[in-house]
Design a protein around this ligand. Sequence first.
Ligand SMILES: Cc1cc2nc3c(=O)[nH]c(=O)nc-3n(C[C@H](O)[C@H](O)[C@H](O)COP(=O)(O)OP(=O)(O)OC[C@H]3O[C@@H](n4cnc5c(N)ncnc54)[C@H](O)[C@@H]3O)c2cc1C
Length: 409
Amino acid sequence: MYVSRPAPELFPARIGNDALADAGSIEVFDAVVIGGGPAGSAAAFTLASGGASVCLIDKSDFPRDKLCGGGVTGRGRSVFESVFGRSWDGRLFLPSADIEFRSNGRLIGGATDQTGVFLTMRRDFDEYLLGLARAAGATLMLKTRIARVDLAHGALTPGDGAEIRFRHLVGADGVNSMVAKALCGAAFLPTTIGFGLEVEVPRDHLPEQGDRLEIDFSAASWGYGWVFPKHRTHTIGVAGIHARNPDMKARLADYLALKNLDAANYRVKGQYIPFGDYRRRPGRDNVLLAGDAAGFADPITGEGIAFAMQSGAAAGRAILDSLASPGVVPADRYFSEISGLTRGFRDARFWRWLIYPAPVHGLFTRAFSRAGVLQRGYLDILAGRREYDALPGLFARQAGRALKRLARL
Ligand SMILES: Cc1cc2nc3c(=O)[nH]c(=O)nc-3n(C[C@H](O)[C@H](O)[C@H](O)COP(=O)(O)OP(=O)(O)OC[C@H]3O[C@@H](n4cnc5c(N)ncnc54)[C@H](O)[C@@H]3O)c2cc1C
């Protein structure tokens, strides 16, 4: 019988070495979660809160850096509140009210009311989430890189240390997931995967930017560039489908040059991002993939934090259900829990053909600059206030307005 444990403290202590489990003492857990990002912490929190014994393993010590714009949407905030059962610690975020849309630096739209995007440093946010999982009762094994995943025997082999056994496994180990490799032969498809580059620019290097967000639709092919303000820096980056941007470093340098910044002055970091490369059935039997390991990043905006928490928690719930009712197959329960999420990715993969291909991209940016309804719609999707299934209605409204204008001529 799995019973809920008492609610964890509101502000868990910072993660320290006291949280490290001794690898030699590890036996069989109800569930092992690999990865301490938003997906892994949500899974471990859900499992531990539901009374399961859970061990979360991460190769890094925390706090650790994670390459990311750190833009958490209104959707992310709602997911956080429903998964972790509380309001988040507002000190972790810079709310940004203003946004500008650009194409090759040229202003094509924007909004000065609430964008619904909250900017954070992943170093702090991920440590906070991991602290919540730990306070709920999850055992943490940090600085432990899993080198081998043996699905047939339910065993994980760290680079050093004793074998770890699991009854259920959540692969929340990011875009280069070992668990996805063990399950599917490869973590991602090189032809469809996205790639992003970023620099952290001290705020006084870009004083006119203030707390304003920026999206530049032409800074990368099949992707975009961004300026995301943080408390101490501006995160500036470009991302797009990797195969369509062989010159991504030059793209970033060009984007920085539009702002009179020299790429040579900053430390450029890069990472793959699933960006539409999602798995329809992310798992098998008692092994589930969540977050980037399942490819759960929005195919148009690249948003991944909200979907990582959402899928991690869904994986945790599916395992709890199967622990309580042994007839339940965790993967089947998980696939049905996340069907709405994958439907959204499928819709977005369709809509991006109207935004990103070279022949329509110019048309899109021109139409976007004149179409208040589309700008609002994009912003609402970016902020998580609308889903992609609202787009046909928005297009119809915009077309109706254009027809009325024509009729007046
Ligand atoms: C340049 C860029 C900008 C982005 N900007 C945004 C944004 O602004 N907003 C947004 O919502 N999303 C953004 N994303 C996407 C977002 O970063 C990811 O979708 C999100 O981090 C996924 O979370 P996760 O928990 O699945 O994986 P991760 O956050 O990657 O966590 C995976 C964890 O697994 C651990 N791990 C990996 N392998 C092993 C192993 N073998 N053994 C042990 N531990 C292991 C890692 O140390 C890591 O802590 C961006 C991505 C990129 C690349």
